[in-house]
Structure formats: C-alpha cells, structure tokens
Design a protein around this ligand. Structure first.
Ligand SMILES: [Zn+2]
Length: 55
C-alpha cells in the first residue's frame, strides 16, 4: 500500500486587492489606478496618492 499524500500548507497567501471607490460617485464606481494618482472614469475625480511632492 503506497499512498503518497503530500499536504500542502498554504498560509498567508492572500492577495487582497483593494479597489478604491470613487468618493464622489460611490455606488461601486472604482478609481483607475495610476502611478501617482487615482482617477474616476465617470466623474473625472482625481485623487493624488499620498507622498512627498517633488517640487
Ligand atoms: Zn467618480
């Protein structure tokens, strides 16, 4: 009797992607991800990501 039973233990492998909802539209309207900002394709709302502004 040969049964090779391997148990894989997967832990902490959650990939949770949080989509940001437009704060103007709400209603499951999500912001499009950009490098330094997020924009709403519906109302055009732009939210800059937090961080230091290079001036
Ligand atoms: Zn919007």
């Amino acid at each position: 009797m040969s049964s090779t039973h391997k148990r894989y233990r997967v832990e902490g492998d959650k990939v949770v992607r949080l989509k940001k909802e437009c704060e103007r539209c709400g209603n499951a309207v999500y912001m499009a991800e950009h490098k330094d900002r997020q924009t709403c394709g519906k109302c055009g709302f732009t939210q800059y990501k937090r961080g230091r502004k290079a001036s």
